[in-house]
Design a protein around this ligand. Structure first.
Ligand SMILES: *Cc1c(COP(=O)(O)O)cnc(C)c1O
Length: 365
């Protein structure tokens, strides 16, 4: 058998939906200022880093991690104020929790519903798990269209509804009443993805006890610990217990358990960083709103979505990149994200470099 026909025969074993996917793209910053991935620009203070290093040195790498991550889970419950009645399951990033939820409900007719434009992992993971995916379009202000949503829920009876609160890439919070109506209408689970909670400071966590079908998901990624890979899902203990069954036994490694416990015990440092990012966001919003060739959308997150009104957004993106600042090109010619770019709020210096590059890029069009 020739090499290529053998490989072709093997490739036919891979599901067609998987073969037609393109792999998740992560741009290489190549030494540029990195404002494309909603990372916290700040590292931990040196004294904390040194204390962390000595804790990590004591970690028993020869042993499997605590499969239930008891100490870390207790620290999370206390520092993030998870209600006593709710149970918590941890994931290797919230991406893994989305995958666990999808695997737990996967059945030939099961559906995952979310809103578009939204977080791409909901759709990707629905495809990985062979779930039907329904993306309900948001209106031109990125608000939830309740008439369309009611109709979609009625038609598809989704097992899972994901609501990013605030939404990515639009950075807005949805109306609370609208979300509560969705929770009441939903025949299955509603997951409030509060990845950007440190910058919005609005949450459904305290409403967990009011709705059996509500789950709240958080992550430490945007809070300043993207490198650790740690997310959490909270909700009714019976439901969390079932989700926990599809979790791989040692999904939270020893180093993450030690490091996250230590940093969360010092959460005031991260809270101060988030407060600084919120202040910088307001400065950046103001500076960008003063540029007549941009439409700048409001933000309750650590990033800003904006539209280039004259000229081509890709050309503006490339000029900013060539000036040494990497942001995100939404790559849409039409639709709600037409000519839109997205920038993460960075440090004072990073934001200044971005604004300079943006102004130069706009005046070159
Ligand atoms: C960034 C982001 C996440 C974070 O995922 P992790 O796997 O925890 O890093 C989750 N949800 C949304 C909407 C995001 O934008």
């Amino acid at each position: 058998m020739s090499e290529t026909s053998h490989i072709e025969a093997l490739l036919r074993r891979i599901r067609p939906e998987i073969r037609s996917l393109s792999a998740y793209q992560v741009a290489d910053a190549g030494g540029r200022i990195k404002l494309d991935a909603m990372e916290n620009p700040f590292r931990l203070p040196v004294a904390l880093r040194q204390a962390l290093a000595s804790q990590l040195a004591e970690a028993e790498l020869n042993r499997y991690p605590d499969p239930a991550a008891v100490r870390l889970t207790e620290t999370i419950r206390r520092t993030l104020s998870v209600p006593d009645e709710a149970a918590i399951v941890l994931g290797n990033g919230s991406d893994e929790l989305i995958q666990m939820l999808a695997v737990a409900v996967a059945a030939p007719d099961a559906c995952l519903l979310s809103f578009e434009p939204g977080f791409v992992m909901y759709r990707m993971i629905a495809e990985f798990a062979s779930l039907q995916y329904v993306g309900v379009p948001l209106d031109e202000h990125f608000r939830i269209d309740m008439a369309l949503t009611r109709q979609a829920i009625e038609q598809h009876r989704p097992a899972l509804i994901f609501i990013a609160y605030p939404n990515n890439p639009s950075a807005n919070l949805y109306d609370e009443q609208v979300i509560e109506e969705i929770i009441r209408l939903a025949p299955g689970l509603v997951i409030l993805d509060e990845a950007y909670h440190p910058f919005a400071q609005a949450s459904f966590l305290s409403r967990l006890t009011r709705y059996d079908n509500l789950l709240v998901m958080r992550t430490v990624s945007k809070l300043g610990l993207a490198g650790l890979r740690l997310g959490l899902l909270c909700g009714h203990p019976a439901l969390i217990g079932e989700i926990d069954k599809v979790r791989l036994p040692y999904n939270i490694n020893v180093l993450t358990q030690v490091a996250a416990t230590f940093v969360l015990d010092n959460i005031d440092v991260l809270d101060q960083q988030a407060a600084q990012i919120r202040r910088q966001r307001e400065e950046l919003l103001q500076a960008m709103a003063a540029m007549p060739s941009l439409q700048v959308f409001p933000s309750q997150a650590n990033f800003i979505l904006f539209r280039v009104l004259h000229g081509d957004a890709t050309a503006v993106f490339e000029r900013i990149r060539d000036a040494g600042v990497l942001i995100k090109n939404m790559k849409a010619d039409t639709g709600p994200l037409a000519q839109c770019l997205r920038v993460t709020v960075g440090s004072v210096e990073e934001n200044a470099a971005f604004l300079t590059a943006l102004e130069a890029a706009l005046s070159a069009t």
